[in-house]
Write a protein that binds this ligand. Structure first.
Ligand code: BG6
Length: 477
């Protein structure tokens, strides 16, 4: 049987430890790893077979908020039987000769490469893979998985896309933004396009405005070296949050295919208007004391912005987006706030001006809920807001909802690019973010545990609106 190889460049990286190794474990547990797969982990430090096995076990047993369910010894054993370690420097051509030899000995016809390493090494990797013929699809497929952010601005993204296309075809390149692999995001497409009754309301005639929040109550942890160079806008704004917006507002694809779905996402991203004067940046108090952070750093750990989609469907519908670290709560959601009909009944009662809100709760308390007004059961008329809800009701210790990395690795093995970014898409994201990033001023300092600087509240309050406080009242387990 011809075999499949998954080579992870950077097996000791933070990404591999937090996401990839746990996702591969889950795939092993769920029987989703093909029987014929060989996983090659690469890093610089030499490690014996036992040392490597010990490293993988250690990773799986370390506390990880993304992987909380019990780790079973028999699954670890199964996973380890697929894993091999190959040390070497990625800028050293002799490493690739060794890699090619191993892949040949394993009769690995289908090859997947995962870049979990520094972008500065990418060109060495591509060039050297080509030199030993590992980018050629002679007997099987070759696929390259590359993590967001692709580039650091539009110019560098274009250069990287160009570089990738020098060695690979677009259909070999899997640009990964793990938000696209989230079940709760993918379900937005089903909710909107497989039901008939909601979609007619998703437009300027019914919608007052849209809010998107991605808040985390924790800081940057040990990632200062990376984060301080990037900041919140580029870390999650340019990618995850724009994708959330795209899923919530794109037009129906003509079919459920990679080409059609991606085309609709791109259209929305290209129609977004950046307003540098409508962006607020913040930094949490104490950020300068974080490890590997410049003590004078002006890096944003929070941002809030206002934008519009330049198309007829959403003309003049404001969209407010915010994200940050060390905020009051960990919660990610999209809220569609509907207009209140002028002729509504019981206008004089308390709460009667509460708008209907459609909430796509990405995490936690995952679900899709509609905030409505109902009558409090009694002899008189009194109103109360309530939630109509579809809830996943997930036990956080189960892994019933696939982890996005699990999903996206499985998609790459299958050759399905629907939930990956193509070159144009990434460039459209940067074209929106660049004018905001390049005009960033010194960030406002905010208190850990707050909702960011007061200037972010003022941004929306100027329009007579307010940020919605994410509710934990629905979809509780
Ligand atoms: C990553 C960012 O891409 O996404 C992190 O680099 C962020 O800073 C993370 O915490 C959020 O992902 P999730 O799936 O935990 O919401």
């Amino acid at each position: 049987m011809k075999s499949l190889s998954l080579t992870i460049f950077g097996i000791t990286s933070n990404l591999a430890q937090i996401k990839l190794i746990p996702a591969l474990y889950d795939m092993a547990e769920k029987g989703l790893l093909p029987e014929n797969i060989e996983i090659l982990g690469n890093a610089r430090t030499p490690m014996s077979k036992d040392e490597f096995a010990h490293y993988i076990e250690n990773v799986l047993h370390s506390p990880n908020i993304h992987h909380t369910h019990p780790v079973k010894p028999e699954i670890v054993k199964k996973l380890l039987s697929k894993f091999h370690y190959i040390s070497g420097h990625l800028d050293d051509p002799s490493f690739y000769a060794g890699l090619a030899k191993i892949l040949r000995l394993n009769r690995s016809a289908d090859k997947i490469f995962y870049l979990a390493t520094y972008p500065e090494l990418y060109h060495h990797i591509f060039e050297n893979l080509q030199k030993v013929g590992l980018n050629k699809q002679t007997k099987g497929f070759v696929r390259m998985m590359i993590e967001k952010p692709v580039g650091n601005d539009l110019k560098s993204a274009k250069e990287l896309n160009q570089l990738l296309l020098t060695y690979f075809e677009e259909n070999q390149i899997y640009r990964l933004d793990h938000y696209l692999g989230k079940e709760t995001l993918q379900n937005i497409l089903t909710f909107r396009f497989s039901n008939g009754i909601f979609e007619p309301l998703i437009n300027k005639d019914y919608i007052n405005h849209i809010q998107i929040t991605a808040a985390e109550d924790f800081g940057i942890g040990a990632r200062g070296g990376y984060y301080d160079q990037v900041g919140a806008l580029k870390d999650v704004g340019q990618n995850h949050q724009l994708q959330m917006l795209a899923f919530a507002t794109m037009d129906a694809p003509s079919e459920f295919s990679s080409r059609a779905v991606t085309a609709q996402r791109i259209k929305i991203l290209q129609d977004l208007i950046p307003f540098p004067t409508k962006a607020v940046f913040g930094q949490y108090e104490g950020y300068h004391q974080e490890k590997n952070v410049d003590p004078n750093s002006n890096t944003d750990t929070f941002y809030a912005l206002k934008t519009y989609i330049q198309n007829d469907r959403f003309k003049d519908v404001p969209i407010y987006i915010r994200a940050g670290k060390k905020l009051a709560q960990t919660v990610t959601e999209i809220s569609i706030i509907f207009k209140n009909p002028a002729n509504r009944l019981l206008k004089h009662l308390d709460c009667s001006d509460e708008p209907n809100v459609l909430i796509y709760r990405i995490q936690p308390n995952e679900g899709i809920v509609l905030k409505i007004l109902t009558k409090i059961p009694w002899h008189e008329n009194k109103l109360q807001p309530e939630y109509m809800q579809y809830c996943y009701r997930v036990d956080p210790h189960s892994h019933y909802i696939p982890d996005p990395y699990e999903r996206l690795i499985a998609d790459t093995i299958r050759g399905d690019q629907t939930f990956f970014n193509d070159a144009k898409e990434v460039e459209a994201q940067w074209a929106f973010t660049d004018p905001l990033a390049s005009t960033r001023k010194k960030p406002y300092i905010y208190k850990p545990g707050s909702w960011g600087p007061k200037e972010a509240d003022e941004l929306i309050e100027k329009d007579g609106r307010a940020w919605l406080e994410p509710s934990m009242d629905f979809c509780r387990i």
